[in-house]
Design a binder for this molecule. Sequence first.
Ligand code: AMP
Ligand code: ZN
Ligand code: FE
Ligand code: FE
Length: 276
Amino acid sequence: MPADLHVHSNLSDGEDSPEELVALAKSCGLTTISITDHDTTAATTRAESLGGSIGVEVVPGIEFTTEAYGAEIHILGYFIDIYNAKLIETLKTIQKSRTGRIYKMIEKLNALGVNITAQDVLNIANNESPGRPHVAKAMIKAGYVSGMKEAFDRYLENNGPAYVSHYKLSPDEAVKLITQANGIAVLAHPMVSNRDNIIQKLMKSGLKGIEVYYPTHSPEQLEKYKNIANKYGLLITGGTDYHGKHSGRRVGLGEMSIPDDLVEALKKKYEYICGN
Ligand code: AMP
Ligand code: ZN
Ligand code: FE
Ligand code: FE
């Protein structure tokens, strides 16, 4: 009964709609998925609706982009209450800042001779959580770069010439926000952020798990994070971080999955915390 607990839809920077993801999950034999879009929970109700009728379990999810110690740290939230007032209010602030940031990035790109408009980018995103991959797509469409990699390498990467930050929570704040919304906070792809010393600190704020299974984690790294999780009594999760067939990511939906018992442990923890 394999599961994928890290997938992005076109309501953030993925290519597939929530319904397409659920249908794709069904066709490749996944029994459970979580759509963990960046700074938005908009996919959840749509995915749950189709999942309920075709037999794919959808775990409500989100991925927060946070920042601390000069690094981008991503925090996943599972079984989060998408109607929680504080969550909704915070997401609105982040989403507004994400949109404003597109205008600032376009100003920088225009000064660098890349003549695309913010509206071009926002039309491509067509959602409430626009991001750098949408800027990259507008640049590709207008012929300024050949692909995503070139757009990031030359312009968009952190500290690149067209990079602009947006309002971000600290990892601590994200963990607390998820926890007060009855969600299970999990540190995403720990090797990517490479700040292991925050794990114990975040546990004090309510961190409950680590994303051990991730496509770019080597077998040694996987073992290391599994050991850390076991040592601290943290849940183990995993997923592909699938963004669509043309996103340039190495692993497709269904090509990597986690066993059902890890999902069961996650669910048990949620039920225990919420008293269900
Ligand atoms: P944002 O949240 O708008 O800052 O954009 C971050 C997203 O851009 C990440 O979630 C990745 O999907 C993507 N991304 C970051 N760095 C790269 C890169 N070097 N090449 C391709 N995509 C990237
Ligand atoms: Zn993304
Ligand atoms: Fe991430
Ligand atoms: Fe992700």
